[in-house]
Every structure is written in structure tokens, then in C-alpha cells.
Design a protein. Sequence first.
Length: 279
Amino acid sequence: MNIIGLGAAGCNIADGFAQYPQYNVYKLDVGLTKGKGCYPVPESINVEGYESDPLNLKTFFKALKKDEEVLFIVCGAGKVSAATLKILEQIQRCKINILYVKPDRSLLSKEALLHERTAYYVLQEYARSGIFKKIYLVDNKKIEEVLDNVPVIGYYKRLNELIVDTIHMTNVFLNTKTVYNTPATALTTARVSTFGVVDIEKNEEKLFFPLDTINERCYIYAITKKQLETDGKLFTSLRERSAKMVGDETIVSVRIHSTDYTNNFGYLIANTSEIQQEI
């Protein structure tokens, strides 16, 4: 997968993926030093400048091939995020997924809040229309709740690490053979999504964004090989837990993986066909 980070938040999260060999990382922001995978965006005094500046990224993105997967990471709080659509126009040949980081709106100026809300809605609409493959929403305040105890120093580093680790491990398991899975037909209209973590022992799940009207849930359970071989009640427990999430408008799929880790853990991908409103 190709990872593209725009702005400070997008670039910091993209940096987290650089530790893994499975990703090609590209970063775009004001003040970057031009080099491999780094593009310095010319500074503009206002949002309109970033929206209209015709960036020439043909050479920068020349390695991206048609139909390759791209995860484009952006937070709508920064002015440079206004360049998002101009940038994405130049990689239309790719299968584009958006990771939208929703900031704490209480900390934004009136101007920044207006711009962030615009980006939040516009990118969802583009995804729902099929221009983008999907948009994954993550809310910094929800990430903080998942971590529970986040010190001031290293605050965003901790949040970004959880986002990166969750997405990476989800990608790994989705491309790894299962010991059990329930096939489900994916809804092509459910393009607004989020990630989550599952505490198997406590039977708890925490989403990175509180989606309204979830149409699809994909549970990924990572279970120790020893427990899979010896626990006769585990399968029934996981199956019953997932069955409780099935509803008239909700499709549930389950993937169980054998691991060499010492603890069990799980992830969740939730999808909806509805544009998410203010929270």
C-alpha cells in the first residue's frame, strides 16, 4: 500500500508507517525539505491559496501505478489540507482511501473550524459517491478514550501510534490466512468507515469514531495457537458475541487468526452508508 500524508498530522501518521516494509510513504507539507518521498508545499497566507495553487506532482507520484491502493491521511484543521482535492486529482488512477483525522474542535479558531467542517463533509460526500474507495474517520478524542491515560508530553505521538498499529495489524490479518471466517458480501454503498479495538477477555469494543447506523461490522480475532487447540468453548463464545451485533441493517463477518503472541486481541472495521453529522 502507498501512504500519503498531507499537513503536520498527516505526515506524522505517515511517518509511523515508514517502519514497515509493506508501505511506500509520501509526505507533503509546508516547510519540508525536498527529497525522496517529501514534497515541500509552497506556503500560502490563506485557505484559498492552497485550494487554487496548481501543484505539479507528476514526477513526485510517478511510481504510483493504476489501481494501486493509496491511503491518503489528512486532518482538516490545517490550512494546507485545502490542497487535498488538487492533490488527489493527480492520482485518480489509483484506488484512493481517505483517513480523516477529526481534531478537537474546541481548540480551533472560528476560521479553522469552518474549514475543518467543510473538509469533513466534502470528503465524505466524495467517498459516498464512489470517487474514493472509502473514507475512514478517526476522532482524536475517541482515540484518547481508548488509550485511557495519555500524558501531555508525547500526547499526539501516542495517539498516532495507536492509529498506525491498528491499521497496520488490520492490513496484515486481512492478507493472512484464517483458521475460520464467515464470508459476507460487502456493501458497495457502505463507504464511510472507522476502525476499532476489541478486548476479547472483557468482551468490550471501542471504535475510533462513533459511527451512526452501522451497516457492516468485520471482526478480526487474533487468538493464541494454544487456546485455539485446547479451548472448547472459545468458538461458541466468539460466534455468539458477533451474532449479537447482527441486525436488520447490519451485516457481520468474523475472521479468526492463529498467532504466536502471548495474549489475545481483536480489531473491528465498521462501515456505514450514511454521511456522519456533527458530534
